[in-house]
Design a protein around this ligand. Structure first.
Ligand code: CTP
Ligand code: CA
Length: 222
């Protein structure tokens, strides 16, 4: 009885969680990034740890501090995030909540680009690695891989296509249209997409979303 009490439903499971934005440098003082506070990813890592999981939390520069009781790997760019995730494999599950920048500046300047009257800098971009898709296709693919999809239109169809394209098990989709107040807010409205279809969750706090998702993950890994 004592043992059962002390053990959570994820005890002995290793889970990688990515969170926050990545920053892609333009020069030493400027970068491009996605909007992301890191709140949802942090809440998920905390909820998984609360169920006893050994969590590796790979985070870009987020607004909120990482949870306690998890292994934290801090990264800046998408390429650093991929390297950190790969170094953390193998794992039983991966939850990819990070808002990874899709592109990086081709040749980031080592020195600050100065304003010059009458001229504008021109930046060229190249595509960043897709961390989620790379992990899904790796030989060390975790048994359960959960991706996210923040969309503004046709949420379910975009997210369903994304699940197929990336070959992940679940997609946590959310509508981040301006006006929903989701982006940067404390609540989230989720549709969970798996091989059976789409399940709409009522709007709830990000902590509650995290606990519900962690319970689902525990059920799936049991
Ligand atoms: N993702 C990732 N690495 C990237 C881009 C995205 O790991 N370079 C992950 C995100 O963490 C998320 C999922 O892939 O779990 C979907 O991200 P999203 O930006 O919605 O998908 P994209 O394929 O980049 O499509 P788009 O931005 O055009 O909607
Ligand atoms: Ca993207």
């Amino acid at each position: 009885i004592q043992r059962a009490f002390e053990q959570g439903s994820l005890t002995g499971r290793r889970i990688i969680v990515t969170s926050g934005p990545t920053h892609e440098p333009i020069d030493p003082v400027r970068y491009i990034a996605n909007r992301s506070s890191g709140a949802q990813g942090t809440a998920i890592a905390r909820a998984l740890a609360a169920l006893g999981a050994e969590v590796v939390f790979v985070t870009g520069p987020a607004d909120v501090p990482p949870p306690v009781g998890v292994e934290v790997m801090r990264v800046e760019t998408a390429r650093e995030m991929l390297a950190a995730v790969e170094s953390a494999l193998p794992a039983d599950a991966g939850v990819f909540a990070a808002a990874v920048a899709d592109w990086r500046v081709k040749e980031a300047s080592m020195s600050k680009i100065k304003k010059e009257k009458g001229t504008l800098p021109s930046l060229s971009f190249e595509e960043n690695p897709d961390i989620l898709a790379t992990v899904c296709r790796s030989e060390q693919r975790p048994r359960l891989v959960v991706g996210f999809a923040a969309e503004t239109d046709d949420v379910v169809s975009h997210a369903t296509a994304k699940r197929a394209r990336k070959e992940c098990d679940w997609i946590v989709a959310n509508d981040v249209s301006p006006g929903t107040g989701i982006m940067g807010g404390s609540e989230n409205a989720i549709t969970l997409i798996d091989g059976d279809g789409a399940e709409e969750w009522p709007r709830m706090g990000k902590d509650e979303v995290a606990r519900k998702l962690a319970a689902r993950i525990a059920e799936s890994l049991s």
